[in-house]
Design a protein around this ligand. Structure first.
Ligand code: MG
Length: 247
């Protein structure tokens, strides 16, 4: 008897311990993914991924149209870049988008003219409504939520990663479109993450509503997929190598 009792207690302890360990592991368990990630050829460094939709490759403006009248985009085409044609107005893509990853390169004029918002101003309007500001922010003071890579009049960039005027700069943008219910109520606000010249400047910023330069609270109006728009703010800003991936 005296030898059986300790063995019995040890067995009970082992079973109890094993059960606890099993329960603990079950609680921690990560589900085994069943869908293999799709293969995307990233292309060479500086290239574009195999599933990117090319919006501008330096050859023509065929993916774009005038916002004003829907006619052909009338911006200038030179040296593999498109340039804002003062007075021609904003241009937008013919295709409409929801959640996207966007790559776009831009350069403000090398000859510096004007100051503040009047220097190298343009803009990347996600879904035609939400502006990531394009501006010459190299030694150019303006209000912080109006400088390059700001979500215009909403969020300043985390840092100023601007290159000198005339130099090519990049934006890599991850945009999640807003969600609405039937009545137009916002279920989920849009968010945007931006890398400016490879530097994080917007980190999942929650967009407050459509961009407005007025001193009013931005608001949302229900919409679905919408074109990407580039701004004619009167300055000859250039763009090149624009591609987008639907997410
Ligand atoms: Mg602008």
């Amino acid at each position: 008897m005296s030898r059986i009792k300790p063995i019995f207690i040890a067995a009970v302890l082992i079973v109890a311990w094993s059960s606890l360990a099993l329960a603990y592991r079950a609680a921690l368990q990560v589900p085994e993914p069943t869908i293999e990630p799709r293969i995307v050829n990233p292309g060479p460094a500086g290239g574009r991924p195999s599933d990117a939709i090319v919006l501008f490759d330096g050859k023509d403006l065929s993916a774009w149209k005038s916002v004003r009248d829907g006619a052909a985009a009338k911006w200038a085409l030179k040296d593999g870049a498109m340039e804002v044609m003062r007075g021609a107005g904003d241009i937008q893509t013919k295709q409409e988008f929801g959640d996207v990853q966007l790559h776009i390169e831009w350069a403000t004029p090398s000859e510096v003219k004007g100051e503040g918002q009047g220097r190298g101003n343009s803009g990347v309007f996600l879904q035609g409504r939400y502006e990531v500001q394009v501006l010459d922010s190299f030694n150019n003071k303006t209000y912080f939520h109006g400088q390059a890579a700001s979500v215009y009049k909403q969020y300043p960039p985390l840092v100023n990663a601007a290159r000198a005027p005339g130099e090519w700069q990049t934006y890599d943008i991850i945009f999640r479109a807003p969600h609405f219910d039937e009545s137009g109520k916002v279920l989920k606000k849009a968010t945007v993450t931006v890398l400016h010249n490879g530097v994080l400047v917007q980190d999942h910023s929650e967009i407050m509503g459509a961009t407005t330069h007025e001193p009013v609270q931005p608001t949302y109006t229900k919409h679905g997929k919408a074109p990407l728009r580039l701004q004619d703010h009167g300055d000859p800003v250039r763009f090149r190598n624009i591609w987008i991936r639907e997410l």
